[in-house]
Design a protein around this ligand. Sequence first.
Ligand code: FAD
Length: 409
Amino acid sequence: MIEQRRVVVIGAGPSGAIAAAILKRKGNDVLVLEKQTFPRFSIGESLLPHCLDFIEEAGMLPQVENYGFQIKNGAAFARGDEYSIFDFGDAFTDGKKYAYEIRRAEFDKLLADSAAEQGVEIRYQHEIITTNFQEDSARLTVKDQQGEIYQVQAEFVLDASGYGRVLARLLALETPSELPVRQAVFTHIEDRITHPAFERDKILITVHPELNDVWFWLIPFSDGRSSIGVVGLDRYFSQFGDDLSACLHHFVDTTPSLKRIVSDAKWDTPCSKLFGYSANVKQLFGQRFALLGNSAEFLDPVFSSGVTIAMHGASLAANLLDRQLRGQQVDWKSEFADPLQQGVDTFKTYVMGWYDLSFQRAVFWQNKSRHIERMISSLLAGYAWDENNPFVADHKAKLAALSQFCVEK
Ligand code: FAD
């Protein structure tokens, strides 16, 4: 007999755990099927304040706040001798004023465990291998940890499979990203940072002094360790072949301000690499399914927007699906896809502007008015859906005007 469930969520990462918990808190039956066992490594270690809004909605804020993660109260940017700080406390949008720097293995397990404590059933090492969507139901074929195959029939499927991109692959929804293929090489270090210019409660984004489209993240954790990574176009990395350590060290060593900060670090962990991570889909929903987080569109890591976008989509979809399951008329385009896309498009403008330098110019411009600084801080805090912020409502025009102004002054 085929197992019948109301909602199946594919993947127990941040978007899956948040969506499942919100649905469960509203009294719905939810089954989460997760391919791996938790804890497991994932990239994406710097959160934005806006994602705490969804963690709170999912009933998980006390667990996250009490865990002991490193507080993050802003973002610092360095380029040669230039240095800019954006403080979330100044953000234009009335919202959360801090976030956390987290190891995703611990953070994702905390969220998934919290969803499970609230009654969500999560099956680890259960992988979705095929799907069959019909008018009245969705049938999923699943492989469990023993290699046994079984089927689950659901009224609705939320795909939160991240880079697994389950429905994008199986339903041929993939479409090329507008962003070129970049790669990231990264590791964790015992940072031993004593440099007075380094603020542990901020992510540090450093631009390479000669290649202005190559940048580094330095994300400090609460235990004296940090995540460090370099991002750039594939062609800058090819000369290093598989020697990821040589690659990361080369870029750090040729960036004096960053080299100084990590000069005493103990490099005790092998480097990893990710490439071609920017991705897109033709549609965010369809008959009996919706795509969340990285299973849909992923832009770029530069503003740490991935988890926030994933959770924003999870919240929109879970609330809409709850109404649908109660028999209400809902419109997935105007109530899910369009509002979600609005914030994603806002982030996209600033990501593009980072690499074409129009936004980099604004970030490092020292004569910004306090008002403009507050509006940029809001974006960097993840409030890319706040239409009261002119840098959101009219993102392309505002960025173009600001960038032009920086050039002229
Ligand atoms: P995931 O966290 O990837 O979770 C998906 C889950 O689905 C996984 O556990 C997986 O095992 C499971 N799954 C996959 N396939 C199947 C299947 N067939 N069956 C069942 N389960 C399956 N974001 C930030 O917010 N801050 C950052 O600092 C940041 N840095 C980044 C740096 C880099 C280099 C990159 C590439 C991305 C970065 N991101 C960052 C983005 C971030 O990694 C993602 O946006 C985020 O992890 C998306 O969460 P998710 O819930 O969509 O997917």
